[in-house]
Design a protein around this ligand. Structure first.
Ligand SMILES: *Cc1c(COP(=O)(O)O)cnc(C)c1O
Length: 393
């Protein structure tokens, strides 16, 4: 695959595994085993079965008629919002729990910021009867109390990270400390296409089901498996990578990735990584991240918790640098308005993350017969209080 990872774990200048020596055995075990396990027919059969009967796949490809009229092109929504637990995150969580089982792991750890990845992880651990420990910043636990309750209801132990800023990066540190201390029996489930190799490639492969299904569905609905545009929002970049994956080598398909501009790219409150970032190392891989002149990670901001991340996965950094995909950004206000528009024109309340991708339609111009696929990464139930606060319902 032209844009895939090479044997050293790199996408062009990006990727690799920048980890402390004490983590080497854990990451090396994954690297040595993941391709073998993922290509095992029994693994594939179990993964596919769970995606079908538990997650509810294939997710529909919905031709949004009123949107199509408004924007003057055929707009399709890939409905990841209809998955069990409400977003694409479950695809990866299922894949990784099956992998952990095959590696003989008895214990799962994860870190979570807003709690969505924690909930997906707690869900698959309940499904498999495996112990689940989720690290979460103490401040995030207060801000995201409903997701903490969900994880507990699902049987997970939620451990507050009380050091530093008491948010996601501190939770990540705690999870890594745990993993170093428990290398033999524990698997660490990372929730996006980030982290040291092989995580970015492994997560992309689990999420690639999104574009695999889309190609088939487009062929049925339009007579061609290739659209003119494929669009998705980007936090770490897993729904976008899954949406792009099987279109990467189809150079005529334009790929559009939408980042969160927060209060504006120059406001000091933003998460528009490609606009504001530079090359460096974040969470175990070489990528593009928001950093100060002396290389300290800059605290990102977005109204959507899922896009509030200071970097992007290394494959995205590569696609950006070589111009295979276009990276753009949308502000909080633009996203909220797009969320309202989609609700009232299509009867679908999208996650605020997803609303960023929808908002970018306003800035595009299409030819009449263009086919455009947008990844509807998640449903907006979790964001209702934010929508209510903004619109005053
Ligand atoms: C977590 C999340 C995202 C952002 O994560 P990616 O890895 O960039 O996909 C986007 N949309 C929804 C609904 C999410 O829950």
């Amino acid at each position: 695959m032209k844009y895939g990872v090479n044997e050293q774990g790199y996408y062009g200048d990006f990727g690799g595994a920048y980890i402390p020596e004490m983590l080497y055995p854990n990451v090396e075990e994954l690297r040595a085993e993941y391709i073998k396990i993922l290509s095992d027919p029994e693994f594939k059969a179990e993964f596919d079965q769970l995606l079908k009967d538990y997650v509810g796949r294939p997710s529909p490809l919905y031709h949004a008629k009123r949107y199509s009229e408004k924007y003057g092109a055929n707009i399709f929504f890939k409905r990841e919002d209809l998955n069990h637990t409400g977003s694409h995150k479950i695809n990866n969580a299922i894949g990784q729990i099956l992998l952990a089982k095959r590696l003989g792991k008895k214990r799962i750890i994860a870190e979570t910021g807003a709690g969505q990845h924690g909930v997906a992880t707690a869900t698959v651990c309940a499904l498999m009867g495996i112990e689940c420990i989720v690290y979460m910043g103490e401040i995030d636990m207060e801000r995201q109390a409903p997701n903490v309750a969900r994880m507990k209801m699902l049987g997970a132990t939620v451990v507050p990270a009380t050091s530093g800023s008491k948010t996601l990066k501190d939770a990540t540190n705690e999870a890594l400390r745990d993993w170093i201390g428990n290398p033999v029996d524990t698997h660490y489930i990372i929730g996006s296409v980030v982290g040291p190799y092989p995580y970015p490639d492994m997560v992309a492969r689990f999420q690639a089901i999104i574009s695999a299904e889309t190609k088939k569905q487009l062929l049925e609905q339009t007579g061609s498996e290739l659209p003119q545009y494929v669009m998705a929002c980007v936090g770490g970049g897993s729904n976008a990578m899954g949406m792009f994956y099987h279109f990467l080598d189809d150079e005529e398909v334009k790929l559009v990735a939408v980042e969160a501009a927060g209060k504006g790219v120059n406001s000091g409150h933003s998460a528009a990584t490609t606009f504001l970032g530079r090359e460096g190392v974040l969470h175990g891989s070489r990528t593009i991240l928001m950093q100060s002149d002396d290389g300290q990670v800059v605290e990102p901001y977005s109204i959507s918790a899922g896009l509030d991340y200071p970097g992007i996965g290394p494959q995205h950094a590569h696609l950006y640098k070589i111009n295979r995909a276009t990276y753009v950004s949308i502000t909080d206000d633009e996203a909220l308005n797009a969320g309202l528009l989609c609700s009232q024109m299509e009867g679908i309340i999208p996650a605020i993350e997803t609303a960023h991708a929808l908002a970018y339609l306003e800035k595009m111009t299409f030819q009449k017969n263009d086919n455009v696929v947008i990844c509807l990464s998640g449903r907006g139930d979790k964001d209702l209080s934010t929508y209510i606060k903004h619109f005053g319902f």
